[in-house]
Write a new protein. Structure first.
Lengths: 100, 237
């Protein structure tokens, strides 16, 4: 038991450090404007990298994933709340797998 | 942006994250159970580590009998991307945020809480909003883990497969409206997706872990953005 617990604590520690250090050290610190711009762009860049290509293998088959992707993009372009985008994406994949 | 970004707003913004986390966490619980490791290992992982991919990989490596140091190193590399996200959040969090709370809210930085917080609040992120967001996401992750471990096989496979798209759909719902309004956002998002796809396809990078793939493509795309569009002109996107 001790072996497992120690391992989990070590895994938690190495996960926590990168999460904690920048926020604690950099909040309220004025950074050079280029760096600040770069950090401001990180969310958009991270979203792009997180979505693609991972989405293609998220449902078990690529065709249904593309169907869900198309539905989610269409619903977002219609400016629907994220909740509906999520529901619509799930529904599109479910219906696709049900009928095709 | 006139909304007050309170604790309650954070809880509400976290609902799509919770919807996405539940099935993934249930799957994690099921996998931990199937792997034949004691239940408390899965439970503790979700409480202490709280990072999806590395928990799956951790259980998998445990099953294979991998050395502990190797499991810890893999976890570190997989989650190193949060370093970038935390650095970015440090700048969007109001400068007068309560310092004592920073170590607590930073524990809750995930791909999902980071993107939701950044996209919804721009650079006026309130620490209470982040607390609410973290709480609902963390709650859903741990609840799902318990469900997977103790409530048998649960959902039918077809529904689980469809739920697999949930978090991706949320990412799309966060990115697409901004990208439709702002060219820099569009370019940065597409660059990241293209670079990441490239990395995944090239045999040269076959040994690269998922964490590194995301780190490298995120850095390249954000740097391209900072080079092409030096003034941040997208904050209210």
């Amino acid at each position: 038991m001790l072996k497992y617990v120690l391992l989990i604590i070590a895994m938690g520690f190495v996960t926590y450090i990168p999460r904690m250090l920048p926020m604690v050290l950099l909040n309220g610190v004025k950074l050079p404007s280029r760096l600040k711009t770069f950090l401001g762009y990180i969310p958009f860049a991270a979203l792009g990298a997180l979505i693609f290509p991972g989405i293609l293998s998220s449902t078990g088959d690529t065709a249904s994933a593309i169907c869900g992707l198309a539905a989610a993009v269409a619903l977002s372009l219609a400016r629907l709340n994220v909740m509906f985008v999520v529901a619509g994406g799930i529904a599109a994949v479910y219906l696709y797998q049900l009928f095709i | 942006m006139k909304k007050l970004f309170s604790f309650k707003e954070g809880l509400k913004a976290g609902i799509p994250i919770a919807v996405g986390y539940l099935p993934v966490a249930i799957a994690f619980g099921l996998m931990a159970k199937a792997a034949g490791i004691p239940n408390y290992v899965g439970i503790l992982m979700s409480i202490i580590i709280y990072a999806g991919a590395s928990q799956f990989v951790g259980v998998n490596l445990l099953m294979l009998g991998t050395a502990s140091w190797e499991i810890v190193l893999t976890t570190f590399i997989l989650n190193l991307r949060h370093f970038l996200m935390s650095a970015s959040l440090s700048q969007s969090l109001k400068p007068d945020s309560k310092k004592a709370l920073l170590p607590l809210v930073s524990f809750g930085v995930t791909d999902e809480t980071f993107t939701v917080a950044s996209m919804n609040t721009g650079d006026k992120l309130d620490i209470n909003y982040l607390l609410g967001l973290n709480l609902i996401a963390y709650g859903a992750w741990n609840l799902g883990t318990w469900c997977g471990l103790f409530l048998a096989s649960g959902l039918p496979q077809s529904l689980k497969d469809s739920m697999g798209i949930a978090l991706y759909a949320m990412f799309i719902g966060l990115l697409v409206p901004s990208a439709a309004k702002s060219k820099p956002v569009l370019i940065i998002g597409l660059t990241a997706a293209a670079v990441h796809t490239f990395i995944r396809l090239l045999p040269l990078f076959a040994g690269l872990s998922a964490g590194w793939g995301i780190i490298i493509s995120t850095i390249i795309a954000a740097a391209v953005g900072a080079y092409l569009y030096p003034q941040e002109e997208v904050q209210d996107a």
